[in-house]
Design a protein around this ligand. Structure first.
Ligand SMILES: [Zn+2]
Length: 411
């Protein structure tokens, strides 16, 4: 049983608390302290980004009720960030697994975790501030999430501690921030994109445990509303992947985009982003930052406006005499695009079907109108613009329209 254990500081990384335990134990040998902390699980990896059995091992060696395990996992490890895109019930199950010591890192995370060159990170100004307030510096959870590169509080670039073979070293040994060599110089040369991304990483981490992606996808809808829409014959509406990739490169820089999204956005990736099946938040955050969308809007269960659907809905509601050519023209689209969109929205055509080819109906009887040359020219012009093949077919359709409307209103 552990008779003493440090209280975590605000947003302190769990590993950092272990380091402070090591420091105050007065014992030099790392393996002895690991034995004290983890008992039979002394071989556990204690500095992984996603929490593991180390949390349970320590908590089970403390008198009951000293620490709230939920709180340790949610506030003192990046767990809430890495599981933000999971349904709330699944997240809760993962927390419970960890609290029982059964936690396993989800495989999709393994693949995305940074490799050998990644070590714990710090902000030189937080070191100063924490030392003033608490008497010692410590590692902050939000600084460790790899997508974040800036201390949101001080708007300066994060630095990494200098350790050989960090993954192995940090898991086996304690490196209290107060005892490792740190660079006190601040680098304030930070782009707005880097700062915004870091702010969003922090927001995703700090959201209440109950917050998960809603049924609607406001991030995806904002892309469609903001000019990243393309129309495809089969599926109707989709995000233009190449345009989006190019815009992300413009905003974040090519290297940053490559790191997070790879060389391009594949159809599968786009589909997974649309359905929230992409479980790592990084890619959503890159897009959200570029769109200048709030985290509240992204996780809002209330869908934002679908501007195109509203526009077409208004046209359909307005009714009146109109043809596909007219609708396509006012939307700035091709005929097949308008048809694809209607299928996508599951809406019925609301325009008049223009007969193909010359009108056959005039064969049995003749309807003659007498107009002057100028008016005939106007009628021909109109009929052409609306997509009719001749003025007669147009005139006949107008007559039918008036009769249909009258019948409808008499019902
Ligand atoms: Zn800072």
């Amino acid at each position: 049983m552990l008779t003493w254990f440090p209280s975590p500081y605000p947003d302190e990384l769990f590993y950092s608390v272990l380091c402070r335990y090591y420091l105050s134990s007065g014992i030099k040998e790392h393996y002895l302290v690991k034995k004290q902390l983890f008992g039979t699980k002394a071989g556990v990896k204690m500095a992984t980004l996603y929490p593991n059995a180390a949390v349970h091992a320590v908590l089970s060696r403390l008198p009951e009720g000293v620490f709230d395990g939920h709180n340790v996992i949610l506030r003192h490890t990046p767990f809430a960030y890495y599981t933000r895109m999971y349904p709330a019930t699944e997240r809760e199950a993962l927390v419970n697994d960890l609290l029982q010591g059964r936690g396993k890192t989800p495989t999709h995370l393994w693949r995305t975790f940074p490799k050998e060159d990644y070590a714990l990170r710090y902000c030189p100004l937080c070191i100063q501030e924490d030392t003033q307030i608490y008497g010692e510096p410590y590692y902050h959870v939000e600084h460790q999430i790899p997508l974040s590169s800036v201390c949101v509080r001080h708007k300066c670039r994060l630095k990494q501690i200098d350790v050989d073979n960090p993954r192995l070293a940090l898991n086996n040994r304690f490196y209290p921030l107060g005892t490792v060599e740190t660079d006190r110089e601040t680098d304030m040369d930070v782009s707005p994109a880097e700062l915004r991304v870091s702010e969003l990483v922090r927001e995703y981490w700090r959201l209440p445990a109950s917050v998960s992606p809603p049924t609607c996808n406001n991030l995806y809808q904002t892309l469609l509303n903001s000019g990243y829409m393309t129309i495809v014959r089969q599926s109707g509406i989709a995000v233009d992947k190449n345009k989006l990739y190019a815009a992300l490169c413009d905003y974040h820089g090519v290297e940053a985009v490559k790191r997070v999204l790879g060389e391009n956005i594949s159809g599968t990736m786009m589909k997974r982003l649309k359905t929230w099946e992409q479980l790592l938040p990084d890619r959503y955050i890159m897009i959200q930052a570029m769109l200048d969308l709030t985290t509240k809007a992204v996780f809002d269960p209330e869908p934002i406006r679908d501007k195109l659907k509203e526009k077409i809905g208004r046209m359909a509601e307005q009714g009146g005499f109109c043809t596909l050519r007219q609708v396509a023209c006012s939307l700035g689209m091709k005929h097949y695009e308008v048809n694809a969109i209607l299928r996508y929205y599951d809406m019925a055509p609301f325009w008049r079907e223009v007969p193909a080819g010359k009108s056959q109906t005039a064969r049995k009887g003749v309807l003659r109108c007498t107009v002057d040359e100028a008016e005939l020219e106007r009628i021909r012009q109109y009929s052409h613009e609306l997509g009719y093949h001749c003025a007669g077919a147009f005139a006949l359709d107008c007559v039918r329209y008036v009769m249909e409307q009258t019948e409808l209103s008499n019902r």
